[in-house]
Design a binder for this molecule. Structure first.
Ligand code: ZN
Length: 430
């Protein structure tokens, strides 16, 4: 039997035990290894011995991006410097960069759970993995490669870009899996077809990292290349890097490695847990990380936990794809709404385009009102407007519990931007 990289726990209770041990270890390690964490925990009135159950997680103070930046160049370091064997950094354009340190064991752990990604995607040692992501201090292509080698498949460390070379590798090396961004995946898919290479390649799966990919984009890539599967690989530098989870072949959400970190989903305003299945901010606490442990690190990324069991039978819990950043949250009639949720509602409705605007007003009655302007899809007749209006209104109510006035407008009438389009217009006072 082949070596498995899946966790060894056999029940949710066993996982909770593992997590408690990891949490106790982490708090103790951070308290004794990092003056920053010691001060922070002392201020919060929590000592390592106070962590007796997983509920005690809630007593721990939060760590933020600001803490990482203020500690530049080696923030939150919790081991002696001689134990650090590598660094990676975020390529942030504003403020100072976040630099994360890794011990030998951190690298081994990362490699182990990255190999698990390939196992989750049901690769075999016969697979040939073309790794078309960046290598260096900013993007950890090296982790895709180390995980692939540990898993036992063949790594082709191609690096990003260079479509000529990528196409040549697909043909000559008969790569079966490609790791890249979804944007690059689309370029590759179009290029392969333009060059008439579809019958000469053997590509079956793609693993997409580091950006949100729309369903329509994925569908097009899958069709152009005749793929069996496309997977999403999450990853942020603060939490090792890429490879902290992967969707299985049922694609019901991203299984995340709960034996390596605890994921809390919190209301970004109140910092209290949201009901299971509702959207909130991802807050992570590492369980084994030595050099730069994270205690309740506020990622600002939004997602939700997916309740219930996956048909694959894995006990690893699942979270949804990322739905945006908590900084983009709107509070409307006491409901927290994220533009990503509206994206999601609209993407499920036929006959409308991808452009929309959210307009918020406060009227004389003192109440808040939302108008949602949505473009008709190209070539769709305006006689359908009444039924589109009704459908959008109903879906908004059903999926995010918001009543909005819907205006369907002409295709191409909302402004476009090459950068991120402004979608929210808040005219409310205060
Ligand atoms: Zn599954």
């Amino acid at each position: 039997m082949r070596k498995s990289f899946m966790p060894s726990f056999g029940s949710p209770d066993e996982l909770k035990n593992l997590q408690l041990q990891g949490l106790q270890w982490t708090v103790n390690h951070a308290y004794n290894g990092s003056p920053f964490y010691k001060e922070k925990l002392d201020q919060a009135g929590v000592q390592p011995d106070d962590i007796k159950s997983l509920d005690d997680l809630r007593r721990l103070p939060f760590t933020t991006a600001n803490d990482l930046q203020e500690g530049y160049p080696f923030p939150l370091l919790s081991v002696p410097f001689e134990k650090v064997v590598r660094i990676h950094a975020s390529s942030g354009t504003t403020g100072k960069r976040k630099v994360l340190c890794y011990s030998q064991k951190d690298i081994e752990d990362w490699t182990h759970f990255f190999a698990r990604c390939y196992e989750m995607a049901e690769l075999t040692p016969e697979d040939r993995v073309q790794i078309a992501v960046g290598y260096g201090v900013w993007t950890a292509g090296v982790s895709f490669q180390a995980g692939c080698e540990a898993f036992g498949a063949m790594a082709i460390p191609a690096g990003p870009g260079n479509l000529d070379m990528q196409c040549q590798f697909l043909v000559d090396f008969q790569s079966t899996v490609m790791c890249c961004t979804a944007s690059m995946g689309l370029l590759m898919a179009e290029e392969v077809n333009r060059r008439g290479l579809r019958e000469k390649i053997n590509l079956k799966k793609m693993i997409f990292g580091s950006e949100r990919s729309s369903d329509s984009m994925r569908k097009r890539i899958g069709e152009l290349l005749g793929l069996e599967h496309m997977f999403d690989i999450p990853g942020m530098t603060e939490l090792y890097g890429p490879g902290t989870g992967l969707d299985c072949v049922y694609h019901t959400g991203i299984h995340y490695w709960a034996d390596y970190y605890i994921l809390e989903i919190l209301d970004p305003e109140t910092l209290q847990p949201v009901p299971e299945g509702e959207t909130g901010e991802m807050v992570v606490t590492t369980l084994k990380k030595e050099a730069t442990p994270l205690i309740r690190y506020r990622t600002r990324d939004l997602t939700r936990l997916i309740p219930g069991e996956c048909p694959c039978g894995s006990m690893l819990p699942r979270h949804d794809r990322l739905l945006g950043r908590s900084d983009d949250m709107i509070i409307f009639r006491a409901v927290n709404i994220y533009p990503g949720q509206i994206d999601h509602v609209l993407s499920g409705i036929k006959g409308i385009g991808s452009e929309y605007q959210i307009i918020l007003d406060r009227k004389a009655d003192g109440k808040d009102y939302m108008t949602l302007k949505v473009e008709r899809d190209q070539g769709v007749d305006n006689s359908l407007d009444p039924s589109l209006t009704r459908t959008i209104g109903e879906e908004m109510k059903k999926q995010i519990m918001v009543s909005a006035a819907i205006e369907v407008v002409e295709y191409g009438s909302l402004p476009r931007s090459e950068r991120k389009s402004k979608r929210v217009f808040d005219h409310r006072e205060g």
